[in-house]
Design a protein around this ligand. Structure first.
Ligand code: ST9
Ligand code: ZN
Ligand code: ZN
Length: 334
């Protein structure tokens, strides 16, 4: 696999319109010096508690599908709003802000994103960002938490049902995570994570329809609560599974991650995964700005409001040169 381009060439868009080249300090760039240990792999140790909980969650979500025709339009609209809030907590929050530091966010925005992130219930931001940096640095190896070489099921959900490969933990412990520890919002969310999840992922989505338009508690729990949570989880996991398997590789044909339109749509802009692994520090995770990319629109809007700044963007010439040099020939500039 190829080593990624020097992140020092990133352009930072300042609010006054100026663009300045600044180096990235985050350990999210592929390390081609790592070698998997030789000999037999450690045995797979299934965590049955997770298997049971995930099976129950998915069974509950399938049941919730049958309840959909009985739900009011307001409940369906609220479920969509909860989907978007949780999704932004992952995409604009845990992913683009905290894992990659691809832009800067003010305190009120970070508080919103951390709250939204608890609604998504995907491990706390610190753990999510740590695992995600290991994923980028050791992609498709034993040290990648959801190593896609182990197949669709493992990279989608299986990795949450077994103990981690020791290399994930060994390499993860060596990562520089001082920026996350220094962020009071991240550490606050970590400290009160369980409580915040109960409140944001289940209580708030259930209580709002019940209190405001007298939806039944049963429907309100199963649709904006359980079903919405399960859809957000699967949309996120598709980035690890489908977008590491199916699609074009316009920027780097030597790596597994791909451009996958279906994933881009369901994960509000996170399916441009060949681009993203090639240029992990780009705040848009894509060459094409807001196109099919609601998360980028959201970050741009936050900048417009003065709540975010310093978006990192890869210069166009560098993208073109990289596509020519290592792409699979499918690059289109529109
Ligand atoms: C979930 C996460 O779903 C989803 C993440 C997806 C990422 C996607 C990325 C794609 C790009 C972005 C796209 C976004 C699109 C969004 C679209 C939205 C519409 N480094 O973990 P343990 C240490 S979660 C360093 O127990 P086991 C750890 O600190 C779903 N250290 O490992 C601990 O140390 P100590 C809900 C590490 O025992 C020790 O190791 N949550 C690292 O192997 C043991 O840690 C669940 O289902 C590291 N990387 O268990 C819970 N990792 O003891 C699932 C670990 O000192 N998790 N350590 O504190 C678990 O139950 C367990 O983690 C396990 C592994 C069973 C999976
Ligand atoms: Zn990936
Ligand atoms: Zn990433």
């Amino acid at each position: 696999m190829m080593k990624h381009d020097d992140p020092g060439a990133t352009t930072v868009l300042h609010r006054n319109g100026s663009a300045v080249a600044e180096p990235s300090t985050v350990e999210d760039v592929f390390d081609d010096t790592y070698r998997e240990k030789e000999g037999p792999k450690p045995p797979r140790r299934v965590v049955w508690r997770n298997v049971i909980l995930m099976s129950m969650l998915h069974a509950g979500a399938v049941y919730a599908l049958f309840l959909l025709p009985s739900a009011s339009a307001a409940t369906l609209a609220w479920s969509f709003i909860c989907f978007m809030i949780s999704a932004l907590g992952v995409t604009a929050g845990a992913h683009r802000l905290w894992s990659h530091r691809s832009y800067k966010a003010s305190l009120p925005l970070r508080m919103f994103l951390a709250t939204a992130n608890s609604m998504a219930f995907q491990n706390d931001i610190y753990e999510w960002a740590r695992d995600h940096r290991v994923h980028h640095k050791y992609s498709e190896t034993d040290a990648d938490p959801h190593n896609a070489v182990r197949g669709f099921f493992f990279s989608h959900i299986g990795w949450l049902l077994v103990r981690k490969h020791p290399d994930v933990i060994e390499k993860g412990r060596k990562l520089e995570l001082g920026d996350l520890r220094a962020d009071k919002v991240v550490m606050f969310q970590r400290k009160y994570y369980k409580m915040s999840v109960v409140l944001m992922c289940f209580v708030v989505p259930t209580m709002v329809p019940w209190l405001l338009w007298e939806e039944s508690l049963w429907l309100a729990y199963f649709i904006p609560g359980l079903l919405r949570y399960t859809i957000v989880l699967n949309a996120t996991w598709l980035v690890n599974s489908a977008a590491h398997m199916w699609g074009n590789r316009p920027y780097d044909g030597n790596i597994n991650p791909r451009e996958n339109r279906f994933v881009t749509f369901s994960a509000i802009g996170e399916g441009f995964h060949n681009y993203h692994h090639t240029f992990p520090y780009d705040y848009a995770t894509s060459e094409f700005g807001c196109k099919l990319n609601f998360t980028t629109c959201f970050i741009d809007f936050m900048c417009f409001l003065g709540l975010a700044e310093e978006r990192k963007k890869v210069p166009r010439e560098m993208v073109m040169a990289r596509a020519q040099r290592t792409g699979d020939g499918s690059h289109r500039s529109g």
